[in-house]
Design a protein. Structure first.
Lengths: 159, 117
């Protein structure tokens, strides 16, 4: 094991969530692990079940579909469509959680070469946008990060 | 993975705290309960504005109010905000665990490449 740092999660805007993680492997390998079904099946389940479906048609307009079944039989299914594919560098895709078909998020994935290591940045543009629009005059351009920092403390006090 | 499902139940609280002044109010209340007048002076806003923000925060349960004599005293209700925190933390946890699995996949791939050399 490489013992890489944990993922950093931030909220750049109230409708966005960003994850950044570095991997101790070259960019081509990280991209392969992210886009080849046989490899994705080995990690996307996060240790919480088994991937029963992993379909990847990696080209603009191509679709993807992941299904995981947890030990208690719950099926967790996501699907979407690729909008942009720059091999080894960048993927833009839609992401829909099956129970909420109207709520598509758009994920932008960047794979950055750090001299043999790789930084992956995943920006999820969430469906909270419709809620943000209602608030556009109220100056929430600060995003939710401050609130998250605040809540960190609040939640700890609740334990 | 459940994060998307959870978002639906937390959008009200998300809305309420998306406004910087309301976050400021929560920040003050995080240090202890306060009568409205204190909030007015700490924030440097007119009372009607503060009251308006407090009303929004009350509607989503982010703050509670009690009457003390003629004063209205507000306090933070962290439990109402917890879903937001949990939502983000759940997302973070899921992806951290995925990435740990991915580290192992990458180790295997590198090993294969080295073996081929």
């Amino acid at each position: 094991m490489t013992g890489s740092a944990t993922a950093s999660v931030t909220l750049p805007a109230d409708d966005q969530i960003m994850i950044v993680r570095e991997f101790d492997a070259p960019r081509e390998l990280v991209f392969r692990a992210w886009t080849e079904p046989d490899l994705v099946r080995q990690w996307w389940h996060a240790g919480r079940g088994e991937m029963t479906v992993c379909e990847i048609d990696l080209r603009p307009g191509g679709s993807w579909r992941y299904v995981m079944v947890t030990p208690d039989g719950t099926e967790v299914a996501f699907h979407g469509e690729y909008r942009e594919v720059a091999p080894g560098e960048r993927i833009v895709q839609t992401e829909i959680y099956d129970p909420f078909p109207d709520a598509a998020a758009v994920d932008t994935l960047e794979f950055e070469d750090l001299d043999g290591r790789t930084r992956v940045t995943m920006l999820v543009q969430h469906r909270l946008k419709e809620h943000r629009d209602a608030h556009v005059e109220s100056g929430m351009e600060d995003g939710l990060q401050d609130a998250l920092d605040l809540l960190e403390g609040v939640a700890q006090s609740l334990v | 993975m459940r994060s998307v499902a959870r978002a639906a139940t937390t959008t009200d609280a998300f809305n309420a705290i998306a406004e910087p002044r309301r976050r400021q109010i929560l920040d003050v209340l995080a240090r202890g309960e306060r009568p409205v007048n204190d909030l007015v002076s700490e924030l440097g806003l007119a009372q009607p504005q503060v009251s308006k923000h407090l009303r929004v925060l009350r509607e989503v349960g982010a703050v509670d109010v009690r009457d003390e004599g003629r004063m209205r005293v507000y306090r933070l209700n962290g439990a109402a905000l917890r879903p937001i925190h949990d939502w983000v933390k759940d997302f973070e946890r899921t992806w951290s665990e995925r990435f740990e699995q991915l580290d192992a996949v990458l180790d295997d791939l590198q090993q294969e490449e080295d073996d081929d050399r």
